[in-house]
Write a new protein. Structure first.
Length: 457
């Protein structure tokens, strides 16, 4: 039986209060200095837009055919804004100022980074921010203010709104200023790790002793009362949960240690503690999962539970030895989110309607595929909420059972005891089921049984 580990979130600045949505009004001309909507008609990034904006800077030297040639070149690596600047021989600051005056876009030559922009750096990978030259700088009511030196990329701005789950407002800024914002924003994610590891013991015996301590922190604000190992691991866990990560990867490489989170199906770099701390992190996590910390040469699997206030988080830990040290992967399962609904998953209305239709049919199969952490299990669990469990016999076979669902018989795969997906599914068919959820189709036998069950109803 594993022990619950309590993690209390550190104090964070409260977000700006949500402004009430104003009533619809007739459109007005843009006001200089005001933050416009993201997609402004002349800034759609196409060749015609490039021509129109180019005339602001160099009416005589702008050559539309030259701009069209660059804008339509397949596989061109240059951004539309860079093409425009090079085609019109206009310096960046002059171009940004002219664009600001003409279209009422805000221009900040030296934008300041505020704490309220934290969500941007949590949600947007650093590589994407650098590629598209975008950086969140502050919250303004319901919106995130984003500085950019590449204004002709509305598709990128639309993706930012999707990933941030909030509207954005564009502010023009020089490339160097945006690059500085990006560096500062993502470096801050590393500051707390640096502060914690400064006091970390470096000799192996001290590391193992500190990692084996079972005295649990009740509040991450009381960092001074915790050993550095516990402080570091608790901080990593809390940060992953705050970012809604599904997995944590602790990967030692030849010259560095990388900690990555899987967020919305994508692995993103989170922290890079010193490589010398890999044994400390590994030992602490293995102690929490009740694994053998002395065994560093064989794969091990375990589980533990942490709490954040009233939230209970199950953690499944996999440890594998590599040539550079132990590699650990933690799967995070938030038991407080078992009440899942299709309406909250962000599906397009047409797609959700099709899925609802499939769920309501008396027989058939719904096959959900996708990469790790993309939401396959979440989608199926949300679909199960649409089924009347009072009048229908609903059963599952899973490995592992990730969430406990009320009114559903859930079977855990146990290969050592002969409960494989195929054997378990065959047994479930003798239980007079109306609906069966199969966690994975790993082999031909399981696929055959599942298809046969779907055909016969």
């Amino acid at each position: 039986m594993t022990e619950d580990h309590d993690i209390t979130s550190p104090a964070t600045p409260s977000p700006d209060p949500v402004e009430p949505t104003p009533a619809a009004a007739a459109p007005t001309a843009p006001v200089p200095g005001a933050a416009p909507d993201v997609v402004t008609p002349p800034l759609n990034g196409g060749a015609e837009a490039l021509e129109r904006v180019a005339r602001l800077f160099s009416p005589v030297s702008a050559r539309p055919e030259h701009i069209r040639q660059f804008a339509s070149t397949p596989g061109a690596d240059e951004e539309p804004w860079d093409i425009l600047l090079s085609s019109t021989a206009t310096d960046e600051l002059t171009a940004l100022e002219a664009l600001s005056r003409q279209y009422g876009l805000e221009y900040e030559p030296e934008p300041r980074l505020e704490d309220s922009a934290e969500r941007f750096f949590d949600k947007v990978p650093a590589a994407a921010a650098r590629r598209h030259q975008v950086a969140g700088i502050r919250r303004r009511g319901r919106a995130m203010v984003v500085a950019t030196s590449q204004p002709l990329q509305p598709a990128v701005f639309a993706l930012l709104e999707r990933d941030l789950e909030m509207p954005i407002r564009i502010v023009l800024a020089p490339r160097a200023a945006v690059a500085n914002l990006i560096n500062r924003g993502y470096e801050q994610r590393q500051d707390l790790v640096t502060e914690i590891v400064e006091d970390m013991p470096l000799d192996e015996s001290a590391i193992e002793s500190a990692a084996s301590s079972l005295s649990q922190a009740t509040d991450l604000l009381q960092l001074a009362r915790q050993t550095p190992v516990i402080r570091l691991v608790n901080m990593i866990l809390f940060e992953a949960l705050r970012r809604r990560a599904s997995d944590i990867h602790v990967q030692p490489l030849e010259n560095r240690l990388v900690i990555r989170f899987r967020v919305d199906g994508m692995l993103v770099d989170a922290f890079s503690p010193p490589l010398s701390l890999a044994p400390a992190i590994s030992s602490r996590l293995k102690v929490m999962a009740e694994l053998d910390i002395a065994n560093r040469h064989a794969p091990q699997d375990g589980q533990t539970t942490v709490r954040i206030g009233s939230r209970k988080i199950d953690i499944r830990l996999s440890c594998v030895p590599t040539i550079h040290g132990e590699r650990l992967v933690l799967r995070l399962l938030d038991q407080s989110q078992t009440q899942l609904h299709l309406d909250t998953l962000g599906m397009f209305a047409e797609m959700q309607g099709e899925l609802d239709d499939l769920i309501g049919r008396p027989n058939g199969m719904v096959l959900v595929t996708g990469p790790t952490g993309s939401g396959k299990t979440t989608t199926l669990y949300a679909a199960m909420e649409r089924i009347d469990r009072a009048t229908r016999n609903v059963m599952t076979i899973e490995d592992p059972v990730e969430y406990h669902l009320d009114g559903i018989a859930q079977v855990q795969v146990n290969v050592k005891r002969g409960v494989t997906f195929a054997a378990g599914l065959r047994s479930l068919l003798r239980q007079d089921p109306d609906v069966i959820l199969v966690g994975e189709i790993r082999d031909a036998e399981t696929a055959s049984i599942a298809v046969q069950a779907a055909l016969t109803g």
